[in-house]
Design a protein around this ligand. Structure first.
Ligand code: MN
Length: 724
């Protein structure tokens, strides 16, 4: 059993050695407080609970963080596990400490119940989004490190689930923040429980070959030491066997047994200056045979997580290859502690220790390019998540929603049936309003009832996600036909009266079929229902048939003339398209697959019952025009030179970052004064993003001008006409 006293003095030693600016009295007061609060609690191995926060504080001190971080680490479980409160901690130790503890508590409450890759990615993103202060993540990682070290006291099931989380979330986070030492330990400890056989096999091999390995390493070490001292370079040489998880990964990826593995050994030479690094490199290549293609200069080109070193692989006289890393002491600090090393450096300069602004870390993470694709697949760009909010189901599944989303959006994101039977919501266990904006990390519970009346029309205005809006519309479409018909009829008739058309004109048996054909509905009720649920507007319907109705309402001048004149053949109709051939007057519809606009090369396809649909000539659907079986259904069409209504069209924009491009596209569209009906963006793998913008243009010239501007945006790689 570990003793409190041992841990207390280990923490103090770490503080004196690595975190010299720490206020010892405050740390001691925090320790007393934690001990008192946790007095009645024991760890799984039976030791006093306070050992855990002490050990976490020790890790935090070891990576060199400031007083507030060490104090925060000591108190990190107080809010979650004892009767202590935010206010109490803020009163005794200051607001910053209380915020750190609260931040860690929020992350602690995060529950994972899945290993789905997408979920893990969301969790990692959420961790970054939730931790406004980087120290929160560092304390959480230290917390996990100590729990991982003491995992042997947990149940078998817990060993596995915790190790999975560690491997999927905490080790990548530690890596992302450049903390190699902690990352390795987390990986090795987790592998022990996740792949016990492989772990034991590797350990057994390493044990069996320990003497051999040490002898080999001593030999290389003394050879290098002798050379360096003979040329007067001051440096320290460490030999090590690569860590277990990296051996495991190499065995897997290269399909090799451990004794077939190429390089098990790594040597690290730490020197005082950068010129010394390159000097040492020359001597290494002189002493041993260089393995071609393995030299990497991470000093002139640092890795994205700030790592710097020279890497080379050489072969000794006995034919065993090994890797050599050469770096300065500063680089070594960064390699071991990553972000924390820089934090410490900054703190030493201004000594205030209450750096609220972590912009520099955000910038750092943001500027990370995925140079090393395999290593950096899991990107963590804090700023990217400003337009998203991550919340939990009661079972711990992460749901990502647009910023500002409400429990309504959440319910529909779960399932439309959940949304449709929602009668209320709880956030973190308390009853919440269904229009309350959700915050990162909220646990949201939807209260449903079998007797729920279904969504209200107001919800369409409240919800933020298109998904929710579409599902609510769907519901109105299906469930409320009678009501929709009544609503739709009322607004349709109001629109008719707006043009002084008597709705009774529709009772004319000769007019009705023509009208229905024009609006593409089988019955008037169908049309009313569509207007009622919002599928089409009353204005649009009336617009399509206004001329006919006005004509029909006029008294006939000639007994033979009904006044409708629908079968005469005007050369073009109000759609702005001239249809060739013997088609005569017909309904024209613009295809939604390629959204043609005036100026595009177009063809027409005679549909069954819906008139002629217009496609761009380069639309894949129009390529079918070459199919001889349908040849007679394709007709020549051209644009009429008339000012017509604007045409809706869609652009697809490929880019390598999302947020900036999204806003820039919106700005261009706004300044072009076009009506935008939809704009959306989604992330693609490898830090790519796809933005879709649907808007109205008058003609191809206007569209091309907009395309040109978007193409000029930085980050944009392609702009295409969209296909629905
Ligand atoms: Mn803890």
């Amino acid at each position: 059993m570990e003793s409190v006293q041992e841990h207390y003095s280990a923490m103090m030693v770490a503080i004196r050695r690595y975190a010299p600016y720490v206020d010892i009295e405050k740390v001691d007061a925090a320790y007393q407080y934690a001990e008192e609060k946790h007095a009645s609690q024991k760890r799984k191995d039976g030791s006093p609970y306070v050992i855990h926060p002490l050990a976490v504080a020790e890790i935090i001190a070891e990576i060199g963080l400031d007083t507030d971080a060490v104090v925060g680490a000591l108190l990190h479980d107080c809010i979650e596990d004892t009767d202590s409160s935010f206010d109490d901690i803020a009163k005794r130790f200051g607001r910053t400490v209380a915020e750190l503890v609260e931040g860690v508590t929020k992350l602690t409450r995060v529950q994972y119940s899945t290993t789905e890759e997408q979920q893990m990615e969301n969790l990692r993103k959420m961790f970054m989004a939730m931790s406004k202060d980087i120290r929160v993540i560092l304390i959480k990682i230290a917390d996990r490190l100590h729990n991982t070290r003491t995992l042997q006291y947990q149940t078998p099931a817990k060993k596995i689930s915790k190790s999975l989380e560690t491997m999927e979330i905490y080790a990548p986070l530690a890596h992302r923040l450049g903390m190699q030492k902690i990352k390795w330990e987390l990986e090795d400890e987790s592998l022990k429980y996740l792949e016990p056989e492989a772990y034991n096999e590797i350990m057994a091999y390493l044990d069996a070959h320990e003497e051999q390995a040490n002898q080999f390493m001593r030999g290389v070490q003394s050879k290098i030491t002798t050379r360096l001292s003979s040329v007067g370079i001051h440096g320290k040489i460490y030999g090590r066997i690569k860590h277990v998880y990296s051996i495991f990964r190499k065995m897997k990826s290269q399909h090799k047994t451990i004794d077939e593995l190429y390089d098990l050994y790594a040597f690290r030479i730490i020197v005082d200056t950068i010129p010394d690094c390159y000097n040492v490199l020359g001597h290494i290549h002189d002493l041993f045979n260089l393995v071609p293609g393995r030299f990497k200069d991470y000093i002139s080109t640092p890795k994205p997580n700030m790592y710097q070193s020279l890497h080379t692989t050489v072969i000794g006289s006995d034919g065993i290859p090994f890797e050599v890393q050469i770096r300065t002491w500063d680089m070594h600090q960064t390699a071991e502690y990553g972000v924390a090393a820089h934090w410490k450096y900054k703190q030493g300069v201004n000594k205030t220790g209450d750096e609220k602004d972590f912009e520099w870390i955000r910038r750092l993470l943001e500027s990370q390019q995925d140079t090393d694709a395999e290593e950096y697949v899991h990107s963590l760009k804090v700023d990217m998540f400003d337009d998203e909010v991550f919340v939990f189901t009661p079972k711990g599944k992460v749901i990502s929603l647009p910023q500002g989303s409400t429990p309504i959006d959440f319910a529909y994101a779960i399932h439309s049936a959940v949304g449709n039977s929602m009668v209320g919501a709880k956030i973190a266990g308390r009853i919440a309003k269904i229009d309350e904006p959700l915050k990162n990390g909220d646990i949201v519970e939807v209260i449903t009832s079998k007797t729920a009346k279904g969504p209200s029309r107001d919800w369409l205005k409240i919800c933020k996600s298109n998904q929710a809006r579409n599902k609510i519309r769907q519901w109105f479409k299906k469930e409320c036909r009678e009501e929709n018909i009544a609503h739709g009829k009322a607004s349709f008739e109001a629109e008719l009266r707006h043009f002084n058309i008597n709705p009774n004109v529709l009772n004319n048996a000769e007019v009705l079929p023509t009208v229905l054909k024009k609006v593409c509905f089988d019955s008037l009720d169908d049309m009313y229902a569509a207007i009622g649920y919002g599928g089409i507007t009353a204005q649009k319907c009336v617009g399509r048939i206004r001329d006919e109705l006005v004509q029909a309402a006029k008294p006939a001048k000639d007994p033979k003339d009904t006044g409708l004149n629908l079968n005469k053949a005007p050369t073009h109709n109000e759609s702005g398209v001239i249809v060739g051939g013997d088609i005569g007057s017909c309904m024209v519809k613009f295809s939604r697959c390629c959204t043609p606009v005036p100026g595009d090369d177009i063809v027409g396809f005679i549909t069954k019952g819906y008139g002629v649909s217009i496609h761009r000539k380069d639309c894949p659907n129009a390529k079918a025009a070459s199919d001889p079986a349908q040849a007679d259904r394709w007709v020549q069409v051209s644009w009429a030179n008339t000012e017509s209504e604007p045409f809706s069209t869609t652009l697809e924009i490929d880019s390598n970052a999302r947020q900036g491009v999204f806003l820039d596209v919106a700005t261009i569209l706004a300044s072009a004064k076009v009506r935008v009906t939809e704009i959306s963006a989604r992330d693609l793998p490898n830090d790519r993003a796809l933005t879709l913008a649907t808007f109205d243009v008058k003609n191809i010239d206007e569209l091309n001008a907009i395309k040109q501007k978007i193409r000029g945006l930085s980050g944009v790689t392609d702009v295409r006409r969209g296909r629905h």
